[in-house]
Design a protein around this ligand. Structure first.
Ligand code: SR1
Ligand code: MG
Length: 396
């Protein structure tokens, strides 16, 4: 029989005492502000946060028990983070213990760092962060791809990380609902004509169908599956990625595109968040982040492919570059779907929510939607990162 029970604050302290490997733990606070789980900070006798306990609930937290969700996502999250930590320990949160019965993870405490999204909303710059995220993406995605994994291990891992319920959420929220009249959508009313035009744009719908098809069927690497600035902690020269419960074997461009999409969402939101001169300055920094992330990701991935590919056919000179062109095209398309699903669909972000002025909010959302549409439609005409940045500037 399942031993699952929802943790109280006291349960979390007791569990951290057993499995955290830290002395004098006495107190806890539930701090989960994400859509799905409980998250407890566990404090020592001096009131310092030392350990994190994360527990999956049997339903989607932000909706309630009417939307049940598998507890197996805690296994997926712990195992993806362990594998990513093997290949990129410097940028992956450390999992200290995992219990499949309770769907609980004990994790290193990152309270000395800040959530990247919050910092971007305030206009605080972390010049190293984008390159570090590019490094994380290159190392984790290369080492779990067919370039590096033994083909038997790869096939076993594709099965081990089949994640149907969480993928189903992405399949609906990214590729279906924003292009339909749907009760979960949440855009400003004034944008109804623009959103309605997405539903009837045949070229757009065909490209979104092709992107969804690649999400469904291209098992290229073990993705994080939900790379956004709210799942990334940053500090001075430090970056740690958390929250890999959406992990599965999918198209590499999905992770890279999601990461870039969140930077560009912030770019679109900045005029609503900061006074004009600060916003202009922060926007340039965000475009630098976009450039640095892509450059570090693509250069590091190609270097790993040149030096460490184990598959003899994939190691043939020139194949890495050809594959990178495919990743680039996917990245642009998935980046576009992230921009649209975060503004038209259910999963809105602080960058937009924290804009007080309604007129400004509408303009920022409009920009994000039109940029998303452009990236999905014009991916084949955007040859490189400089061309992408030129398109972003043209969009407004
Ligand atoms: C119902 S879950 C909605 C979103 O929250 C998660 O963080 C993922 O981004 C998901 O799409
Ligand atoms: Mg998450």
């Amino acid at each position: 029989m399942s031993q699952y029970r929802t943790f109280t604050a006291a349960d979390a302290v007791e569990y951290a005492r057993q499995f955290g490997g830290v002395a004098d733990l006495v107190d806890s606070l539930e701090v989960g502000d994400g859509n799905l789980n409980l998250v407890f900070k566990i404090f020592d006798t001096k009131g310092i946060s030392r350990i994190i306990i994360k527990q999956a609930l049997p339903y989607v937290r932000c909706v309630g028990e009417s939307w049940p969700l598998t507890l197996d996502r805690a296994r997926i999250e712990a195992e993806v983070l362990n594998i990513h930590g093997q290949f990129c320990p410097e940028h992956t949160v450390k999992i200290l213990h995992y219990d499949p019965q309770l769907a609980v993870m004990v994790m290193e405490d990152l309270s000395s760092l800040a959530i990247w999204r919050g910092e971007q909303v305030k206009g605080v710059d972390y010049p190293q962060a984008a390159a570090q995220l590019g490094e994380y993406l290159a190392k984790t995605l290369f080492h779990t791809s067919d370039f590096f994994q033994h083909p038997h291990q790869k096939k076993a891992d594709v099965a081990r990380f089949t994640n149907p319920e969480l993928c189903d959420i992405t399949e609906e929220l990214f590729f279906n609902e924003p292009y339909e009249v749907h009760e979960r959508n949440g855009y400003p009313r004034a944008l109804e004509p623009l959103v309605a035009s997405l539903r009837t744009d045949d070229a757009l719908r065909l490209n979104v169908a092709a992107l969804k098809h690649r999400f469904l069927s291209n098992a290229e690497a073990l993705l994080h599956g939900d790379v956004h600035s709210g799942s990334i902690f940053v500090g001075d020269n430090t970056l740690k990625v958390i929250d890999a419960e959406f992990g599965y074997y999918g198209p590499i461009g999905f992770d890279v595109g999601s990461a870039l999409g969140n930077l560009l969402l912030n770019y679109c939101a900045l005029p609503g968040l900061l006074v004009p001169r600060e916003a202009a300055d922060a926007r340039e920094k965000r475009l630098n982040d976009v450039r640095r992330l892509w450059r570090r990701f693509s250069e590091r991935f190609l270097a790993l492919a040149a030096e460490n590919s184990r598959d003899r056919a994939l190691a043939y000179p020139g194949y890495g570059d050809a594959f990178m062109r495919k990743i680039w095209q996917d990245t642009l398309g998935f980046c576009g779907t992230e921009l649209i699903r975060r503004t038209v669909g259910m999963s809105q972000v602080a960058d937009i929510k924290e804009i007080d002025d309604e007129t400004m909010k509408i303009e920022c959302v409009r920009q994000a939607i039109t940029l998303g549409r452009t990236l999905i439609l014009a991916a084949h005409q955007i040859d490189d990162i400089d061309a992408l940045i030129a398109r972003v500037r043209q969009n407004g």
